[in-house]
Structure formats: C-alpha cells, structure tokens
Design a protein around this ligand. Structure first.
Ligand code: SAM
Length: 242
C-alpha cells in the first residue's frame, strides 16, 4: 500500500488527514504492517507502522529508494476543457503514462465553461484523481494540476525553455516525428490539445506566434480530443524512450 507522506522526519514520517483515514478506515492496517510512502521528491520509503493516533499515523522508515519510474523528459498536457468525464479520463490515463502535469485550458470553441470557485473545485477533484492514479502506477512524483488557465497565462506557468507542440487537424504536412527530432528531451515539452470542437484557427496562429508552437498532424483520421491527448502523450514519451 502506497501513501503520500504528510510530514517527513529523520527515519520517520507521518500520515495525516485523508491518507491517515484511508490507512485506518478503508485498509484497516495496524501497527507492525509495512507500507510505502512517497513525498513527491522522487524518493520512496519502505516503512513500518509504529503508532496510530487520532490525528496521525507514525511510520518508521526502514529503507529509502529512488526508483526510476518518472519519465526523463517532462511532458505537459495543455488540454482544452472538454465535457463530462473526458478530462477525468485524460488525467487518469495521462498520469499512468507519465505526464509531468496538466493545464486545463479555456478555448474559444469549448462547450464546457469553468469559472471561479467551480473551476477551483474541479481542479481539486482532478488532483485527487491524479493522486490516486499516481499511487496505482507507482509514481514517486505526482503530476502538477494547474488552475484553469487562459492562453495568455500559458507562458507564465511553464519554464521559458518549454517546447510547445500543437496537434492541429488542418496541418497536413508536418509530422510529430519530424518535429520531435528537433526538440531537446532535456527541456520540457507541452502539448496543446483542442477541446471537442477543436481549436479556432486564430488560437493556433496565436500559439505559433507567441509560444513558437509547432503545429503537427496526427494523421489523416480525426481523433476525439481525449484520444488525441493520450495518443500524442504516448508518442512523445515513446519517442524519447520514456
Ligand atoms: N469532434 C471530435 C471530438 O468530439 O472529440 C474531434 C475533436 S478534435 C478536432 C480535438 C483535438 O484533437 C484537435 O484540436 C487537435 O488538437 C487534436 N486532433 C484530433 N485529430 C487530429 C489529427 N488528425 N491531427 C492533428 N490533431 C488532431
């Protein structure tokens, strides 16, 4: 069983809040049981439960490890807001595949609109889905879930060295493979994926001009937004052997 560490000490860590609840109420683990903790630093700790209290569970660390599970190339998804469960599916599968983070993007043709506290609540829910998927896939760094953002904010969210890709069905010549050959796997890559209605041409032009985004074709068939997101992520990570 894997848990996100609430507080890390010397040879010991503590689980609090929902992690403690899950250990005590759902899994009904007891003193002496062994678990694994991670703290999003890239490390993983084998530990034994020492004490179960009302507010926290104390675990003694037996072994520290740095498993090679995270992709070396940081690949982010910037996905146009899509309806219903599509975003959730993309977040869950993207986490399993190794995405570094997700930016939910407001776009012109999006059917789904998310503003204010509704947007904040939704991102919290997505963060939970991503945390669960991280445990499931034995990741040691959870993907970062960014707030719902506008085009103009994109540049401020990721490092200035980020290499932007925009799969666009009207791009007929440039392939993903040809563009990736000129990208550096040492710098982050961000994939801009349209919502159900696709990108407006003006958005693609804006991304090309302001983010130096490379538009690419994913082939002659039009993929659903969520398929395009997961397929592109898989192809990019696969290209670099991640
Ligand atoms: N209407 C469908 C849906 O309900 O999902 C298709 C949406 S498709 C227009 C959504 C996004 O997927 C596009 O904005 C683009 O980023 C990407 N996409 C889909 N097929 C593609 C292709 N053949 N080449 C490049 N990008 C593609």
């Amino acid at each position: 069983h894997r848990f996100k560490i609430s507080e890390l000490g010397r040879n010991v860590f503590w689980l609090k809040g929902p992690e403690r609840e899950h250990l005590v109420r759902v899994l009904r683990l007891a003193v002496g049981d062994q678990i694994i903790g991670f703290d999003n630093s890239g490390a993983e700790y084998k530990a034994v439960i020492n004490k179960i209290e009302d507010q926290s569970v104390t675990c003694g660390i037996m072994e520290q490890d740095y498993p090679e599970v995270e992709a070396r190339t940081q690949v982010y998804l910037a996905a146009g807001l899509s309806k219903g469960e599509k975003m959730e599916w993309v977040i869950q599968k993207g986490t399993e595949l190794g995405m570094a983070g997700l930016i939910p993007l407001r776009t012109k043709r999006a059917v789904m609109k998310l503003e204010g506290s509704k947007a904040k609540d939704r991102v919290e829910r997505w963060q939970k889905i991503s945390s669960e998927a991280s445990k499931q896939s034995h990741r040691v760094r959870e993907p970062k879930l960014f707030p719902v953002s506008d085009w103009k904010e994109l540049k401020t969210l990721l490092p200035s060295t980020t290499q932007w890709l925009i799969p666009y069905e009207s791009e007929k010549t440039k392939t993903l493979q040809s563009v990736l050959r000129n990208f550096s796997p040492q710098e982050p890559i961000a994939l801009l994926i349209g919502p159900e209605g696709g990108f407006d041409e003006s958005e693609v032009l804006w991304a090309q001009e302001n983010l130096q985004a490379q538009s690419v074709s994913l082939g002659p068939r039009i993929l659903r937004a969520e398929t395009a997101a997961i397929a592109t992520l898989t192809l990019v990570l696969g290209h670099y052997g991640d």
